[in-house]
Design a protein around this ligand. Structure first.
Ligand SMILES: *[C@@H]1O[C@H](CO)[C@@H](O)[C@H](O)[C@H]1NC(C)=O
Ligand SMILES: *[C@@H]1O[C@H](CO)[C@@H](O)[C@H](O)[C@H]1NC(C)=O
Ligand SMILES: *[C@@H]1O[C@H](CO)[C@@H](O)[C@H](O)[C@H]1NC(C)=O
Ligand SMILES: *[C@@H]1O[C@H](CO)[C@@H](O)[C@H](O)[C@H]1NC(C)=O
Ligand SMILES: *[C@@H]1O[C@H](CO)[C@@H](O)[C@H](O)[C@H]1NC(C)=O
Ligand SMILES: *[C@@H]1O[C@H](CO)[C@@H](O)[C@H](O)[C@H]1NC(C)=O
Ligand SMILES: *[C@@H]1O[C@H](CO)[C@@H](O)[C@H](O)[C@H]1NC(C)=O
Ligand SMILES: *[C@@H]1O[C@H](CO)[C@@H](O)[C@H](O)[C@H]1NC(C)=O
Length: 287
């Protein structure tokens, strides 16, 4: 009976998704969907409560988008990596616009409020503008506060080399590890003379390798959202505490890794093994 059930599932999933090879190891629990739009959803993430480890890893797939779009607590996600314990998301860009007539518009942004995720040090705080001051505040797991600022000025729209953030028209500061909540504000003034140029300033947290400054971004950065990387972990215990507990989730042929600057742990296949180390009864298999 049971094996017929799995064969049926296999046929359904192959029909739904032709590019999945027969010999591929499973990435989700049996009977669970493992894809939303263009994004693979590996366990411990899942599209229903039964298919995910717990609330923190519950993904909602919104079918009003084409292709469908996955969200974790209203945050749009673009990739999930089990091997690196990372989550790719789209995060909002805070802005401030001045139209030369004294009219100002804009929005400040708060993002991320989950204990299972922190902002990766692969990101960089970036501010764009010619008279822009941005403050970035946040909290670390354990509630300690963080506060910094970055300001960007220029005397003209020159001396802004493309490809690098030189300090003119663009300002960057590195991010400390372990932040699980952030608030970005932007304020500033108008340096242009005349109402013809609508000048804006921007502040955001972006994956460093995904952002290349261009002088065309002053005074207008076109993106309303940018790519950002989060780190995720399982539970709130260290490996030493977790291994003996009921809730330990690392399966066969895998090991437990503590996370730097973050509560909880993650699992990794042993060298020479592949698969999803979180999947009960399956874990990692020899290559
Ligand atoms: C899906 O997205 C649309 C458009 O943003 C939104 O109106 C709707 O509430 C979302 N549905 C769910 C189930 O979140
Ligand atoms: C901008 O300011 C001017 C003058 O104060 C006002 O007449 C106009 O309606 C404002 N425009 C917008 C879009 O708010
Ligand atoms: C953003 O925050 C700054 C600093 O607190 C404030 O001056 C500004 O008015 C805020 N912008 C908006 C749109 O609320
Ligand atoms: C702004 O431009 C006007 C005319 O184009 C000029 O008379 C004025 O001096 C300029 N103001 C500044 C502060 O540069
Ligand atoms: C940088 O790139 C923009 C957009 O491609 C271009 O308009 C501008 O001239 C370039 N600036 C320099 C200094 O090369
Ligand atoms: C800005 O938007 C474009 C088009 O959607 C996208 O390809 C690019 O990756 C975005 N840039 C960043 C830094 O996320
Ligand atoms: C760890 O998580 C468990 C279960 O969610 C909770 O009961 C406990 O209070 C948490 N411990 C700490 C130190 O946050
Ligand atoms: C470990 O991998 C071996 C070789 O692929 C496999 O036979 C075994 O079942 C795995 N062990 C567990 C506990 O999954």
């Amino acid at each position: 009976m049971r094996s017929w059930f799995y064969i049926l599932l296999l046929i359904i999933s192959v029909e739904a998704d032709n590019d999945v090879a027969y010999d591929q190891l499973p990435i989700a629990l049996p009977g669970c969907l493992y894809r939303c739009g263009e994004v693979e959803i590996p366990y411990p993430f899942g599209l229903t409560p039964e298919c995910s480890l717990n609330d923190a890893f519950l993904v909602t797939c919104n079918d009003s988008f084409n292709p469908n779009k996955p969200f974790v607590r209203h945050v749009p996600i673009t990739s999930i990596s089990v091997d690196d314990g990372e989550l790719g998301i789209k995060s909002p860009v805070a802005n401030y616009c001045f139209d030369g007539n004294g009219n100002v518009s804009g929005k400040n942004e708060t993002f991320l409020e989950s204990n299972q995720f922190t902002i990766s040090t692969k990101n960089i705080i970036t501010v764009i503008g010619c008279s822009t001051i941005s403050t970035i505040s946040g909290t670390f797991q354990g509630n300690e506060n963080y506060l910094t600022a970055c300001a960007s000025f220029c005397s003209s729209y020159r001396n802004m080399p493309n490809g690098s953030c030189s300090g003119v028209g663009c300002c960057q500061v590195t991010i400390p590890g372990g932040l699980n909540q952030m608030h970005v504000t932007v304020t500033g003034g108008d340096i242009t003379n005349g109402s013809d140029i609508y000048s804006c300033g921007y502040g955001f947290v972006v994956e460093e390798s995904e952002f290349k400054f261009s002088s065309a971004y002053v005074p207008h950065y076109p993106n309303a959202t940018v790519s950002t990387v989060l780190d995720w972990s399982v539970g709130n215990e260290s490996c030493l505490e977790a291994i003996d507990s009921q809730s330990y989730v690392c399966q066969g042929n895998s090991s437990c890794l503590n996370r730097d600057l973050m509560e909880g742990y993650r699992c990794k296949c042993l060298d020479g093994f592949i698969g999803n180390p979180y999947l009960p009864h399956i874990g990692c298999q020899g290559t």
